[in-house]
Structure formats: structure tokens, C-alpha cells
Design a protein around this ligand. Structure first.
Ligand code: 6MZ
Length: 368
């Protein structure tokens, strides 16, 4: 290939990346602790290392290998929870995560997190969530809409300032007991007027029993809280079938489904949160060419591109769109439609969806 040819390709890729950045995007699957900035993480490691809570060198090595297998992810999450589970740090990582998504032109962020107890820090599940809300209030690079009201004042009345809608999902960790999972569902209900819009089931897919969390998920359904489940990150037919039987509002990942479960997913038309980088980095899917995005997209199955853990996988939502474009040959109109349609699968109310739909209408002529 001539030097000129190489140059042209590079320019096109740079232009495509820029376009993906400018595209207004909707994020439906982002874990708070998975979205911690590297710089913040290293600062926290140093602080806790200096205080003798952990051995900095070991953690730094784990961070170097971060995200390279599902097992390593969950080892690291255990460390993140030691580093980040105090009120001030929860507030800080929430503020930073929202600012990072907004800087990436994300207009709607459904941020999920597992409410945690930390007796040593006087933390309850509720006070953990209060710290998350404090983090949202502390955002100052962008206006934040939480539960229909703006949390940040427009600087100097600047009406052109960026705005991001943030809604929260409370995650149940798969290793929780039924009572702890139910407590999380009740907390979500208690915080419905504070931007909480649903429940997620996540955590290490090799631990925990579906039957243990099912009563809490059924309780959520009775209370009218939408549910999304991490599904098929490991091969577990029985559990995958039980999840399809539950028929949640959305499913995350759906990587390792047997043929009949795959057909069932399609016939149930359950919207899927696709996390390309996450699935490749954790080696859940061996190569992006084999990713089930292609089949779901071709079948016009409802789906949305998501990051999962921006920090852990060193990605952004723009990068996920860029990856989809280069790996599956999507054009700009197709990517625009993908982003626009993700609005339909958000757990936010119709007013928010109308507002988001309007943003896409307004930006369409300029961006396409
Ligand atoms: C399953 C995941 C996950 O809740 O502490 N989490 N669960 N599969 C994944 N794919 C790699 N990525 C993140 O955020 C971190 C928690 O989210 C879940 C895990 O339970 C992890 O501990 P929060 O804010």
C-alpha cells in the first residue's frame, strides 16, 4: 500500500472516530465501580497502600492485567470495593463517571451500582446511594437532569451548556442472600423519586444461585420496577432458560446461548445490551468477527451498544460505536439509527424519551 493510501485510511478512521464522538449517545449498561478513571484508581491505590490497607505493588500489577479474563475482572472488583467504598470516594467516582460520559457526548446515562454496606465506615445501602446522589449534585462540567429536575445550575445562564439525563439502576450482586437482594429492591422503590428507575442482576456469573435471587426479582416486578439481567456470560443452560422464563425488560451480554435459547430470545424480543469490548477482552467471545451483535443486528432484534465498564476495559461509548462500524461495516445512518433507537429501551419515563427523541431530530441534519 502506498504511503498516500495509508494516510487516506488513517484520515478516514480519525474522521470516523470523531463522528462517533459527536454522535449523541444513550448508555444503558454502565457499572459505577467499573467506570473509575485509571488516574483516580492509582491515586486510591497509593493512598490505601501508604496506610497499609493493601500492597500497592500487587494491586498495580492487577491493574496492568485488568479486564483480560472474567476471573481477573472479579478479583479486581473486590479490590475496587476496598478502595472505593467510603462516602467521599463514592461521591467522587460518581461525579467523575458522569462527567466522563457527558464529555463523550452521552445524552442519557443509566448508571448502575450495587448498594453496599461498610460498617467500618458507617455505611448502609441507603447512605451509599445518598453518596451517589451527592456525586451527581457535584457534577459541574454539564447540567444533570435527575428525576425530571436539574441538579446543577446553568453557569451564567448559558443555555448552550451540555445536558445529560442520568437515571440509576440498583444492582443485586449474584452472591447476595435473598434478604439482602430484597433490601436492594425495597431501597430502589424508596428512591423512585430520586432517579432510580430499575433493578440489575450482576456479579461473578460463576457464583450464586438463580433461585436465591428470584424472589427479590419477582418482588421488583410486583412493585413495577423494570429489571435487566446479566445473562450468558458463562455457559449455564439451566440459568439462561430460567432468565428467559422470567422475561425481563432487558438482558445484558447474552453471549453463550444454545441454539434453542437463542431462538427463544429472538421470539421474546427482549432488548439486549451489547458490550463488544468487554466480551472480547474477557475472552467470553474469542474474536469480534464471531460476536452475536452481527446476527442480532441482521435479525433487527432490539439492541443497544454499551460500555459495561469504561475503566476496566479502557473504552468509551464512542469507541464501542467505532468498533461496531469497523467490525460489522455499519454506515453513519445505521449507527445514528442504532443510537436513536436505544432511547426506546431506556427505563426512563415517556417525557425523557420524548426529549431525547427531539435531540436526535435536531441533530440529524447536521450529523448525517
Ligand atoms: C457481571 C459485572 C460485570 O456495582 O460496584 N459487574 N457483573 N459481569 C460483568 N462483566 C464484566 N462488570 C461489572 O460496579 C461493579 C460491579 O458490577 C458488576 C460486579 O458485581 C462488580 O462488582 P458496582 O458499582
Amino acid at each position: 500500500m502506498s504511503a498516500r493510501g495509508t494516510e487516506t485510511m488513517e484520515v478516514n478512521h480519525a474522521e470516523l472516530r470523531q463522528w462517533c464522538h459527536e454522535l449523541p449517545k444513550v448508555e444503558l449498561h454502565a457499572h459505577l465501580n467499573g467506570s473509575i478513571r485509571d488516574s483516580t484508581l492509582l491515586e486510591l491505590v497509593k493512598h490505601h497502600g501508604d496506610n497499609g490497607v493493601l500492597i500497592s505493588k500487587d494491586v498495580e500489577q492487577m491493574i496492568l492485567e485488568k479486564g483480560t479474563s472474567l476471573g481477573k475482572c472479579f478479583e479486581l472488583f473486590a479490590v475496587y470495593h476496598v478502595l472505593a467504598t467510603d462516602h467521599e470516594t463514592v461521591k467522587r467516582i460518581t461525579k467523575e463517571a458522569v462527567e466522563d460520559f457527558a464529555a463523550d457526548n452521552c445524552i442519557y446515562l443509566e448508571l448502575r451500582t450495587t448498594p453496599k454496606k461498610n460498617e467500618a465506615k458507617g455505611m448502609t445501602k441507603r447512605s451509599y446511594m445518598d453518596a451517589v446522589i451527592d456525586g451527581l449534585k457535584a457534577v459541574d462540567t454539564v447540567d444533570v437532569d435527575l428525576c425530571g429536575c436539574e441538579l446543577t445550575n446553568k453557569k451564567n445562564g448559558d443555555r448552550r451548556r451540555k445536558k445529560i439525563f442520568v437515571r440509576l439502576l440498583l444492582s443485586i450482586n449474584r452472591n447476595e442472600e435473598t434478604s439482602a437482594a430484597t433490601e436492594t429492591v425495597n431501597l430502589a422503590m424508596e428512591m423512585k423519586d430520586m432517579g432510580v428507575v430499575g433493578i440489575d442482576l450482576s456479579g461473578d456469573p460463576t457464583v450464586g444461585q438463580w433461585d436465591t435471587v428470584l424472589p427479590a426479582l419477582e418482588h421488583a416486578r410486583k412493585l413495577g420496577l423494570p429489571v435487566t439481567l446479566h445473562c450468558g456470560e458463562v455457559r449455564n443452560s439451566k440459568e439462561i432458560q430460567a432468565m428467559l422464563d422470567f422475561n425481563p425488560q432487558r438482558l445484558g451480554h447474552v453471549c453463550l446461548l444454545a441454539e434453542e435459547d437463542w431462538e427463544r430470545l429472538k421470539s421474546l424480543i427482549i432488548p439486549v445490551e451489547i458490550c463488544l469490548t468487554s466480551n472480547i477482552m474477557t475472552q467470553t467471545i474469542p474474536l469480534i468477527e464471531y460476536h452475536h451483535f452481527a446476527d442480532l443486528y441482521k435479525s433487527k432484534h432490539p439492541l443497544s451498544l454499551c460500555t459495561d465498564d469504561t475503566g476496566l476495559f479502557s473504552t468509551t461509548l464512542s469507541n464501542e460505536y467505532y468498533k461496531a462500524a469497523v467490525s460489522f461495516g455499519l454506515g453513519k445512518e445505521e449507527m445514528f439509527k442504532l443510537a436513536q433507537e436505544a432511547v426506546n429501551f431506556a427505563f426512563a419515563n415517556e417525557d425523557v424519551k420524548k426529549h431525547l427523541a427531539q435531540v436526535y431530530e435536531e441533530v440529524k441534519a447536521r450529523i448525517l
